[in-house]
Write a protein that binds this ligand. Structure first.
Ligand SMILES: CC(C)(COP(=O)(O)OP(=O)(O)OC[C@H]1O[C@@H](n2cnc3c(N)ncnc32)[C@H](O)[C@@H]1OP(=O)(O)O)[C@@H](O)C(=O)NCCC(=O)NCCS
Length: 128
């Protein structure tokens, strides 16, 4: 078994500014439908932190993959799900195909935020 971490830290105001400028275009370019549905139900104050935490998570997972957003791996193919015990990751498209190729079996994810920043740590577990 091998383990690899990915971390990301982001200013919430940066994501808020993007959303205020691009609105649905930002949502549809970066986030999966399931994430957008959760976003739409959030209160106004919780909206930007939610987008920022999910974006940090996508970048953290892209570092576990070791690709960043290259090789056709798109932020919207790294889907963040909020579950009772904590967030989970579902990979789609090229991200899922690539994860299989490199033997990535599971990703554990942890999120946090303050009034200003959002951060994510992703830990990938690889088959030996
Ligand atoms: C990996 C990636 C996600 C990091 O993005 P970033 O926010 O600019 O950079 P961060 O400060 O969070 O991280 C930089 C660190 O990540 C690590 N890193 C860089 N590329 C990496 C990769 N492919 N895999 C794992 N870690 C990587 C490095 O340690 C780097 O620090 P260093 O240069 O001092 O060694 C970036 O390569 C990328 O693909 N960015 C695309 C961003 C983008 O297009 N955003 C718009 C939405 S589509």
């Amino acid at each position: 078994m091998q383990i690899k971490n990915g971390i990301d830290l982001i200013e919430i105001s940066r994501i808020k500014k993007s959303y205020d400028t691009f609105g649905d275009r930002l949502l549809n370019r970066i986030y999966d439908k399931s994430e957008i549905n959760v976003f739409l139900k959030k209160s106004l104050v919780a909206k930007a932190p939610f987008l920022a935490k999910n974006f940090a998570a996508k970048e953290a997972v892209s570092k576990v993959l070791g690709t960043g957003f290259t090789k056709g791996i798109r932020p919207k193919d790294i889907v963040i799900k909020r579950k009772y015990g904590g967030p989970e990751v579902e990979l789609k498209g090229k991200a899922a195909t690539f994860a299989k190729e490199i033997g990535l079996k599971h990703i554990s994810l942890s999120l946090t935020d303050t009034n200003y920043n959002a951060a994510a740590v992703a830990t990938g577990i690889f088959e030996a």
